[in-house]
Ligand binder design. Structure first.
Ligand code: AMP
Length: 282
């Protein structure tokens, strides 16, 4: 396992792999890894010879009142986990390496970032698209794997790659859940025992409407109302948003005519959790 901290060393590593005709994959993460991240690494390994996992808590994608400084970090454990999942290299740059003095450039995707999380986190996606572009340029991959857990992020990255002619294949990976349904997240660590139990309402309400949809219910307002009422009944939950939207444009829909996505963000105490489910028409 090679651990790299500098951009030039990372580029040299990837250039060498490419010269050996290897296919290179990258899995961008913020670390504090769990089985969800590791499923991405394994999927990447199925598609590539060399898998690079990036571990970087990116300051520019956090808002001023968000959890950048307290975001959990454990590099030693992360390196062990990705090694066991089959990764070949960890790229862990410092904030100074990523954003040296004088840094002043950004990558922005317009419309897709104005829905869902973009409403309450207006600077988030510009931070994401910029850092992902930089991570792509450092790791020079043929392909990159992102989780459907962050569904909007995945669609924004797909759009960015298309719009900017970035020659990298983007692969989406399904959400990995705890046995009781809670979507795995590094932020689950923040939850108290009561909040952890209360948070099960997210997956439960999404599964319920997924089944309703599969059985023929196509009224998106009715489905989102069902989720809203189910989650509102949980006293520890404070809803940020619950939306049913078009899979591609992420615009709200009232009627499900083709596959759609139900996406939500809900606070439990100070912890903001996101989850989603693809709704397939009957
Ligand atoms: P993060 O470290 O939270 O920035 O996530 C890094 C990558 O892992 C992103 O592509 C996420 O969508 C993905 N990811 C996080 N949690 C899960 C999960 N429970 N299942 C699948 N992918 C996930």
């Amino acid at each position: 396992m090679q651990i790299i901290h500098s951009v030039t060393e990372m580029q040299r590593y990837s250039d060498a792999r490419r010269r050996q005709q290897q296919r290179v994959a990258v899995v961008p993460t913020m670390g504090y890894l769990h089985e969800g991240h590791l499923s991405l690494v394994r999927l990447a390994k199925e598609h590539a010879d060399t898998v690079i996992v990036t571990i970087f808590v990116n300051p520019t994608q956090f808002g001023p009142t968000e959890d950048y400084t307290t975001y959990p970090r454990d590099m030693e454990r992360d390196v062990k986990l990705v090694t066991s999942a089959g990764a070949d290299c960890v790229y862990a740059p410092t904030p100074e390496e990523m954003y040296p003095e004088g840094y002043q450039t950004a990558v922005r995707v317009d419309k897709l970032t104005q829905h869902l999380c973009g409403i309450t986190r207006p600077t988030h996606f510009e931070g994401v698209t910029t850092v992902v572009t930089k991570l792509f340029n450092a790791t020079k991959p043929h392909l990159a794997v992102f989780g459907e857990k962050d569904f909007q992020q995945l669609q924004v990255i797909r759009r960015m790659v298309r719009d900017l002619d970035v020659d990298i294949e983007i692969i989406g990976a399904p959400i990995v859940r705890e046995p009781d349904g809670l979507a795995m997240s590094s932020r689950n660590k923040y939850l108290s025992a009561q909040e952890r139990t209360a948070a099960l309402v997210l997956a439960r309400s999404l599964f319920e409407i997924r089944n309703m949809c599969a059985q023929g219910e196509s009224d998106a307002l009715k489905l989102s109302r069902h989720v809203w009422q189910t989650i509102s009944a949980e006293p520890l939950a404070k809803i940020d948003y619950i939306k049913i939207c078009d899979l591609e444009t992420l615009e709200d829909i009232t009627h499900i005519r083709r596959d759609a996505v139900a996406a939500l963000a809900v606070f439990f105490g100070k912890t903001r959790l996101i989850d989603n489910s693809i709704l397939k028409t009957a």
